[in-house]
Design a protein around this ligand. Structure first.
Ligand SMILES: Nc1ncnc2c1ncn2[C@@H]1O[C@H](COP(=O)(O)OP(=O)(O)OP(=O)(O)O)[C@@H](O)[C@H]1O
Ligand SMILES: O=C(O)c1ccc[n+]([C@@H]2O[C@H](COP(=O)([O-])O)[C@@H](O)[C@H]2O)c1
Length: 219
């Protein structure tokens, strides 16, 4: 059933594992854009990196544990139901078909992922399906390469209000209130070295990692 006129966000990731940098950003984006729902979607097969050691099912389970009952955030398993590389254009096309052509659909990515956007599958098509909101990430301040400027600069808007006037096609850089340096790479490193990850991931995620004996081997 189509649900017209809603504000829907998508935050995809490898989530290997999900951490408080992801979850706090998701919550703040949800608030800043007044979203009805933010889909957090683990990639079954991340297109531009090697396959994680931890399975997509396990990464999804950690994501569910991390989100808990947080209003407005949804752990979405749709990429686990597709074979081949988990292209965001395919995921956005599915969300667009579900929510209808009037809905405001927003793809959210961090600045580090944004820097590689021109290498993604069908980058122009992403903007026919959704808006792009890029959130700052500490440590990533590189100037945009020329090819990336060409892709995004003419789509740039200055406010959430302007972005939400149309269903798709805009680009908005967004500085969220809480900048966190946490990365999944650092968490995997701590776990291999038998160091604590408390206060980097939600307590239920820490427990699930311990119980499943995950991330004990180096990648
Ligand atoms: N601390 C953070 N603050 C803001 N955005 C983040 C943060 N960590 C990850 N993101 C963004 O969330 C999305 C998914 O990130 P991903 O699952 O690759 O996590 P990661 O911590 O970057 O992982 P890794 O260290 O394994 O590369 C990406 O768009 C990424 O830029
Ligand atoms: O569609 C693509 O070609 C594409 C290329 C690289 C990354 N992505 C998506 O971007 C999100 C973040 O990716 P990553 O590798 O930084 O975790 C995740 O949802 C990936 O599926 C998508």
């Amino acid at each position: 059933m189509s649900q017209s006129g809603q504000r829907i966000g998508m935050l995809g990731g490898t989530f290997d594992p999900v951490h408080l940098g992801h979850l706090r950003s998701a919550l703040e984006v949800h608030e800043a854009l007044s979203l009805d729902r933010l889909h957090m979607i683990p990639a079954q097969q991340p297109p531009l990196r090697s396959q994680p050691q931890v399975s997509a099912q396990q990464r999804l389970a950690l994501l569910k544990a991390g989100i808990g009952d947080t209003p407005g955030l949804v752990a979405d398993d749709r990429e686990l139901r597709r074979d081949g590389p988990s292209y965001s254009a395919d995921t956005l096309a599915e969300l667009r078909a579900e929510y209808g052509y009037q809905s405001r659909l927003v793809m959210v990515i961090g600045f580090d992922a944004f820097l590689r956007l021109t290498q993604w599958h069908q980058p122009e098509r992403l903007f026919e399906l959704a808006h792009l909101v890029v959130i700052a990430r500490p440590g990533y301040n590189d100037p945009l390469p020329e090819s990336l400027m060409e892709l995004v600069e003419h789509r740039r808007v200055d406010s959430v209000e302007t972005l939400m006037q149309r269903p798709c096609g805009g680009y908005l850089p967004l500085q969220l209130p809480s900048l966190m340096t946490i990365s999944a790479t650092y968490i995997r490193q701590c776990l291999v070295e038998k160091k604590s990850v408390r206060y980097l991931v939600p307590a239920p995620v820490e427990e699930a990692i311990e119980q499943g004996r995950l991330y004990q081997q180096r990648d």
